[in-house]
Every structure is written in structure tokens, then in C-alpha cells.
Ligand binder design. Structure first.
Ligand code: SF4
Length: 165
């Protein structure tokens, strides 16, 4: 039996919580800080279905945030679907690392929100186990979407979920 969306989000949140404990001092993420809530985010249909099923009233009668920021932001800069926000929103602000191939070599890249750059340890010195390594969760999410869509996965813009978009 494949995991459902709640199980998937729970396991993402557990990993995020571990990393937040490890990096608490440098993380400035808080309600109202919405610089990573950019416009144009898309999600797999698998995640869109979850938002539709839990926020039908908002999507039918609510208005999206004006263009230029995520449609789900409210006027105070808070997320109106916070408990059900997509995967990509759950990992923002953490030290991220990913591996890529460059000229036959595996190269590691890292990134962090500029607001969380300052810390007692430079980003490049943090142990790999203390970064969120991209790939595993994305692979699981893509797998769940493939099962749902029978191999015909598609992405939906968050803004397009609103009837009034
Ligand atoms: S869904 Fe919520 S957390 Fe994600 S970008 Fe939009 S407002 Fe921000």
C-alpha cells in the first residue's frame, strides 16, 4: 500500500523538525515572513487534490492574493492553507544540499535563504547529515503522483486552484 499524502507530509515534517532543532539559532522563518512565497509555484495533481478537498470554501469563494506573491498568502503575509501547504513550502529556509554531475564528477551544491545565512557555522562547513539533501522526498512524491496518474502526471499552478483566479 503506497503512503498517503498525510503520511508523506508527516515524514517530511519529522525531518524538518530535526533540522530546525539543529539550526534553530540561524533560522529566522516565522509567520509573516513570506519572501519564499513567490508567485507561480506549481504542484503535482496529487498535492492539488489534497488542497481542494480540505479548502473547498476558500477556493470557491475566496480571492487569491494579487499577482506577485503566492495566491494563498493573506494580507498579513500568512499562509491560508498552512497545515496543508505543499511539500516545497515545508522545507524552505533550511540548509539545502544536492548533488549533480559535472564533467564526469559528482559535485555538491548548497543553498540557504539569505535571511538564514548568518550562523555560527558557514553553510559550507555544515555536515551533510545536517542539511536537507534534495532528491529523496522529491522522488517519493513523484512516485506517488505516478501511481495516482497511471504515469500521466501533471502539475497545477497554485493560483489556478482558485475559482476566481
Ligand atoms: S502555499 Fe502557503 S507556504 Fe506555500 S508558498 Fe503559498 S502562502 Fe507560502
Amino acid at each position: 500500500m503506497p503512503e498517503n499524502i498525510e503520511q508523506f507530509y508527516r515524514s517530511v515534517d519529522e525531518r524538518v523538525s530535526e533540522l530546525e532543532s539543529r539550526h534553530g539559532e540561524r533560522l529566522n522563518c516565522r509567520k509573516g515572513c513570506s519572501s519564499c512565497c513567490v508567485d507561480g509555484i506549481t504542484v503535482f495533481e496529487f498535492e492539488a487534490e489534497n488542497i481542494r478537498s480540505k479548502h473547498a470554501e476558500l477556493l470557491k469563494n475566496g480571492s487569491p492574493h494579487p499577482e506577485g506573491a503566492c495566491a494563498f498568502l493573506d494580507s498579513e503575509g500568512a499562509c491560508r492553507i498552512y497545515e496543508d501547504r505543499p511539500y516545497v513550502c515545508r522545507t524552505q529556509g533550511l540548509p539545502l544540499r544536492w548533488l549533480d554531475e559535472l564533467e564526469g564528477r559528482t559535485v555538491e551544491y548548497r543553498d540557504i535563504c539569505p535571511l538564514n545565512e548568518e550562523g555560527d557555522e558557514p553553510l559550507e562547513s555544515i555536515g551533510p547529515e545536517d542539511c536537507l539533501t534534495l532528491g529523496e522526498f522529491e522522488g517519493r512524491l513523484a512516485h506517488l503522483e505516478n501511481i495516482r496518474s497511471d504515469g500521466r502526471s501533471r502539475r497545477i499552478s497554485l493560483r489556478d486552484l482558485f475559482s476566481n483566479s
